[in-house]
Design a protein around this ligand. Structure first.
Ligand code: SF4
Length: 324
């Protein structure tokens, strides 16, 4: 049976550092609105903005805080501290504020977070914005999110159309698969068939090995294998792709579309055609749109969001086109 696109019609819940949503909550009372670059696409998500430092009761404006004696993980294990500029210890407050923010996300079934990197609290790969220094990553809240297996998106990547496209399609696949129960080997194979092209793009060696493993299993292996399968696929979906891999994948799936449907999509180019990342992102969005309108499975972007209103309009249009 031909694979169809997986279409989600419920908005995707996603946490975000409040200052990255423009909230004036940084130590100096400033914020930066990274969501403005998404335009109308913002409406596809329900955002859960949080500020662990505000939740810690540090106030605005406040002295900036820093990690002392280790990274955020070591703060949790008691080997490091958080201090403000005057040297006052705020470790206890920061832990409490971070835990309370995590509780909100968990209560609301949020599994992804857009974090402000360079913060000793929300940072994941940097905890300082000084020059090119990385500080002591991850930050206190960042360490909690990593430990809890969140899908973590750096807020700066929302400003690049191609990086954001890559994050968004993996986020949708992650969100779908993380909440998609599997009850049998058959269902596990079906989920693999939906995600395998994206997995192949992200790590072909791993995907081939997984394909071989799945071929060697029987239905009796389901209960033992399912947790490994799930955690490895979710781990892979957290990893960004590259421009070269994305353009190759787009061309591969587009070539399949042309062959199968006998049609072309205007303005989609081969990987060797030189163009900027904004143009590549537009081509990808065009291919996604075509896939939804024509029920074609675009394996690079297997899970797509469309709100119910747009889906109903599309169904109506299809019915009208079929009428004599
Ligand atoms: S980086 Fe996090 S803790 Fe710092 S101001 Fe932004 S939301 Fe608050």
């Amino acid at each position: 049976m031909e694979q169809k696109p997986i279409i989600l019609t419920q908005k995707i819940p996603i946490g975000i550092s409040l200052c990255a949503m423009g909230g004036p909550v940084r130590y100096n009372g400033k914020g930066i609105d990274v969501l403005s670059s998404l335009g109308r696409e913002k409406n596809d998500f329900t955002f859960f903005p949080l500020c662990p430092e505000c939740q810690a009761g540090l106030g605005i404006t406040r002295d900036p805080v820093h990690l002392s004696g280790g990274n955020g993980e070591q703060v949790w294990s008691g080997e490091a501290e958080v201090k403000n500029r005057t040297g006052r210890l705020v470790t206890k407050e920061m832990k409490q504020g971070s835990l309370e923010c995590l509780q909100v996300l968990q209560r609301c079934n949020v599994k992804a977070f857009i974090y402000m990197d360079g913060s000793p609290s929300c940072g994941v790969y940097r905890t300082t914005l000084k020059n090119t220094k990385r500080g002591n990553p991850p930050g206190v809240f960042g360490a909690l999110l990593l430990d809890e297996g969140f899908f973590l998106i750096p807020s700066s990547d929302l400003q690049s159309p191609l990086k954001w496209w890559d994050w968004r399609r993996r986020l949708l696949a992650f969100h779908w698969f993380a909440s998609h129960p599997l009850h049998s080997m058959q269902e596990l194979y079906e989920s693999w068939y939906a995600l395998k092209f994206l997995c192949q793009e992200l790590d072909n060696t791993w995907a081939r090995e997984m394909g071989r493993t799945l071929a060697s299993l029987s239905k009796n292996d389901f209960a033992e294998f399912e947790p490994t399968f799930r955690s490895q696929v979710l781990d892979l979906l957290r990893r960004p792709s590259t421009t070269a891999k994305i353009t190759n994948s787009l061309w591969k799936h587009y070539s399949h579309y042309r062959k199968q449907r006998g049609k072309t999509v205007e303005e989609i180019n081969s990987p060797t055609f030189k163009r900027n990342v904004t143009t590549i992102a537009k081509e990808l969005l065009k291919m996604e749109r075509t896939a939804v309108e024509e029920d074609f499975f675009f394996g690079a972007s297997p899970v797509i969001y469309r709100d119910e209103h747009r889906m109903k309009a599309l169904e109506k249009q299809k019915t009208e086109e079929m009428e004599p």
